[in-house]
Design a protein around this ligand. Structure first.
Ligand code: GCO
Ligand code: MN
Ligand code: MN
Ligand code: MN
Length: 386
């Protein structure tokens, strides 16, 4: 049936299903949907939660009383629909003040304003019980390296994140922070362009344990990298705090396609890793309906993201129970208890034993691991003929 339920932990951003189809070449093709209407439709489709940037909910120029009224209305809509708000984030990219960066702006006033806006957005998220705070540095980058801020940008970024981590602790919010890397767009080059860069940067923060990553399928793909490889590294590091699911053709503009729309095999291994690694965070779809679509297309898009995920989850189950596939995986691995023992946990004896060991290079090079066979089995599985 592949019908989503809250137990699947699917989430959408207000900005995703709320996307009106504006692009750099054309005006919106859809009218904005009221957040309360978005919530009831998402609940009807079986989603678990909804996420927002501060200004998806509260306009940047709202007065204090307008803010309170909006927050109250949204709280009511959440209660009526049973949806939760697991993640919150700040819009540090739309307003012209951020045109040359927020935390990495060369203008100290902009950096201070970015901190103010983020603290207020953290307050807002905490009001709704959000536990994960995403940092997507959309404008954190540059087109002109002559400005000479490549090194400064790293320390400004670090100072800001350290400051906000302290703020979260001071307020007792208990946020876990997730950095979301992207290689470019809207900037010519965005700082911390890949999951690997973000992981490296986290190790330089004052409280690295509070920080992880929010990898996005489209972003790693834009960089020409493999999304399953990226999340595997994040999982291995204990740093997969959130995930943005969508799809993307490599080497194109930021497409934000429906999950599974383009790279089915990578989508399958993404679901495989999420479902078998113990990851229990939200499955967040950060994508939007094609600009061609009307509102019916928006909900077809949302339903499609969840449906494809659930179909692939069922394929993961079949993959793990398929005797021929499991035999092919087993055959791929060559086990050797003695050599495996010698190869880890250094001692001088082990080093000497390995150095004097005779290896049959000819045999190692001749062995066919059976990957064509295995991969075709997976292809058959995904095509539905197994
Ligand atoms: C993008 C990004 C954003 C972020 C969002 C959450 O390509 O525009 O993926 O959608 O995920 O700002 O912080
Ligand atoms: Mn994106
Ligand atoms: Mn995008
Ligand atoms: Mn994203």
């Amino acid at each position: 049936s592949f019908q989503a339920t809250p137990a699947d932990k699917f989430t959408f951003g207000l900005w995703t299903v709320g996307n009106v189809g504006r692009d750099p070449f054309g005006e919106p093709t859809r009218t904005a949907i009221d957040p309360a209407a978005i919530l009831s439709k998402l609940a009807e489709l079986g989603a678990w939660g909804v996420n927002f940037h501060d200004n998806d909910l509260v306009p940047i120029d709202a007065s204090a009383s307008e803010r309170d009224a909006i927050v109250e209305g949204f709280r009511r809509a959440l209660q009526e629909t049973g949806l939760c708000v697991p993640m919150a984030t700040t819009n540090l990219f739309t307003d012209p003040a951020f045109k040359d960066g927020a935390f990495t702006s060369a203008d100290a006033r902009v950096r201070a304003y970015a901190l103010q806006k983020t603290m207020r957005a953290m307050d807002l998220g905490a009001e709704f019980g959000a536990k994960t705070y995403v940092f997507w540095g959309g404008r954190e980058g540059t087109e002109v390296d002559a400005g000479g801020k490549l090194l400064d940008a790293m320390s400004w970024f670090r100072d800001s994140l350290n400051f906000l981590a302290e703020y979260s602790e001071d307020q007792g919010y208990g946020y876990k922070f997730a950095l979301e890397p992207k290689p470019n767009e809207p900037r010519g080059d965005i700082f911390l362009p890949t999951v690997g860069s973000a992981l490296g940067f986290i190790a330089t923060l004052d409280k690295p344990q509070m920080f992880g990553v929010n990898p996005e399928f489209a972003h790693e793909t834009m960089a020409g990298l493999s999304f399953p490889h990226a999340i595997a590294q994040a999982i291995d590091a204990g740093k997969l705090f959130h995930v943005d699911l969508n799809d993307q053709k490599m080497g194109r503009f930021d497409q934000d396609l429906r999950f599974g729309a383009e790279n089915l095999k990578s989508a399958f291994f993404t679901v495989y890793l999420l479902e078998t690694s113990g990851y229990d965070g939200p499955r967040h779809f950060d994508a939007h309906a094609l600009r061609t679509e009307d509102e019916a297309g928006v909900w077809a898009f949302a339903r499609g993201c969840m449906r494809t995920y659930l179909v692939l989850k069922e394929k993961v189950r079949q993959f793990r129970e398929d005797a021929e596939i499991q035999a092919a995986i087993e055959a791929y691995r060559v086990r050797d208890a003695e050599l495996e023992g010698l190869s880890k946990g250094y001692s001088r004896d082990k080093a000497e034993a390995l150095k004097s060991r005779a290896f049959d290079r000819g045999e190692l090079g001749r062995r066919g691991p059976g990957l064509e066979h295995l991969d075709q089995l997976v292809t058959d599985l995904l095509l539905g003929v197994r």
